[in-house]
Design a protein around this ligand. Structure first.
Ligand SMILES: [Zn+2]
Length: 74
């Protein structure tokens, strides 16, 4: 299993905070800001190869500033 957490993430496009790659339920990946809570769209994967691909896609979205702000405490 490769380390998708090695993918480079820039600072939060909204607040400059730290973005982390999150995985949910073993089939969803997204990037979320630890400071303001904004996040990228979630992408689903069904296989290990897809997991890598989707992780790269959400990282790219994040790095391009394509985030959704859902408010603190979401
Ligand atoms: Zn932020």
């Amino acid at each position: 299993m490769e380390h998708i957490h090695d993918i480079a993430l820039q600072d939060c496009p909204l607040c400059g905070g730290t973005g982390i790659l999150e995985e949910e339920g073993g089939w969803l990946v997204y990037v979320q800001c630890l400071d303001c809570g904004c996040r990228t769209a979630e992408l689903a994967y069904h296989a290990e190869e897809e997991r890598q691909e989707m992780a790269k896609k959400v990282a790219l979205s994040w790095n391009l500033g394509k985030v959704i702000y859902t408010g603190p405490g979401d």
